[in-house]
Design a protein around this ligand. Structure first.
Ligand code: GLY
Length: 372
């Protein structure tokens, strides 16, 4: 009962398979993209113990030999040092141009291994097996790969599309609740940016998804991936519409930097909170009715998610400090902040035309609610 979303990118097209039990079916699923029956797998110390043995057994059963490397779990692994470790390990495994590297893990492993695959021998193919909801609905699809620099997140990288993505929704059962909800922040983002009916559906079904409903999870992942595939096919390298996928991210990146990329704020939590702020900003600029941000917050709050700066524990910079951190965002063009704003739920657009004072006032008010 797995489903397929096609990412249409000419010679770089690929399929995203979504369904339960795909790790057990990995041999059959991956064999069509292999030139020889041998792969290298990179995972992390949290995911490896849960899923690596099952993956290797499935590959062995299909006659595919595999070697595996496990890295420390966590954002700090998206570094130059671990990139070097992965590349040198792949070379030591004699991975050749036509071979396939498998990234088994969440967004950190997918981004790092995808980038290693992009630069190894000027590009080898890779397969994403995303094990977090966030990676299944966002980072494993679309070919953004990279590492962090001391100057900021994701500042070094390449567009390198995977040869296939296997989103096994059964693995979501082993995710801690907080991680599931953080990934759910990205799911909500899709409804907010381009599909009001999907947002309606999430309002009704969200609590069931969080409780483990497999059919609902399958639909939510498929619809999210379909939307992402459609946007990426239109604008692979983010010259235009792909920026819509960054709804909530300008606020999110500043808040992540302010909280030191720590577990005070997970990326998906920051995205959800950033979406709420982006809708609030849209309402203040007269682009949408005040009911829209209220509805966004009400859904996040019903899901038990962070909805406001007051929900972030520990100190934060003042409004000017947060605005300054937004200025470090990759989306800054000629010094102008780019925001994804909305004319309503499901109607997002990209703009640089946002007065700094309005953003500053919004942040000042949001920060004052923390003190209240
Ligand atoms: N995560 C945003 C993108 O892939 O473009």
């Amino acid at each position: 009962m797995s489903e397929t979303v096609h990412v249409a990118l000419g010679a770089r097209s690929y399929e995203v398979r979504i369904g339960p039990g795909l790790i057990e079916a990995a041999g059959r699923e991956i064999a069509p993209v292999l030139a020889r029956p041998r792969v290298a797998i990179v995972t992390d110390d949290n995911v490896g113990p849960l899923h690596l043995a099952r993956l290797q057994a499935a590959l062995t059963e299909a006659g595919i030999a595999s070697e595996a490397l496990s890295l420390p779990a966590g954002e700090a692994t998206k570094s130059w040092a671990h990139l070097q470790e992965v590349v040198e390990w792949l070379l030591a495994q004699r991975i050749e141009r036509r071979d396939v590297v498998i990234a088994l893990g969440g967004g950190v492993i997918g981004d790092l291994v995808g980038f290693a695959a992009a630069i190894l021998r000027r590009g080898v193919r890779f397969v994403q097996i995303p094990t977090s909801l966030l990676a299944q609905v966002d980072s494993s699809v679309g070919g953004k790969t990279g590492i962090n620099s001391p100057h900021g997140k994701n500042l070094v990288g390449a567009f390198h599309q995977p040869a296939r993505v296997l989103a096994d929704i059964s693995v979501l059962d082993s995710l801690p609740g907080r991680d599931f909800l953080a990934g759910y922040g990205e799911v909500v983002k899709y409804g907010l940016l381009g599909d009001a009916a999907f947002f309606d559906w999430l309002e009704a079904q969200g609590p069931k998804l969080a409780a483990g409903d497999a059919e609902g999870r399958l639909y939510a992942v498929r619809r999210s991936v379909e939307m992402k595939a459609e946007i990426v096919a239109r604008d692979e390298t983010e010259q235009g519409d792909r920026a819509l996928l960054n709804l909530g991210h300008t606020f999110c990146h500043a808040l992540e930097a302010a909280t030191g990329y720590s577990d005070r704020l997970l990326h998906g939590e920051g995205v959800a909170l950033g979406c709420a702020l982006a809708f609030e900003l849209s309402a203040r600029l007269g682009l949408c009715a005040q009911e829209e941000p209220s509805r966004v917050r009400a859904h996040l709050s019903a899901m038990g998610m962070k909805t406001d700066l007051a929900d972030i524990p520990g100190p934060l910079p003042d409004a000017a400090g947060l605005l300054d951190l937004m200025g470090q965002d990759k989306k800054v063009v000629d010094g102008a902040l780019r925001f994804i704003l909305a004319r309503g739920i499901g109607r997002a657009f990209v703009t640089s035309d946002v007065p700094r004072e309005t953003v500053l006032a919004l942040l000042e008010e949001a920060l004052s609610r923390r003190a209240a």
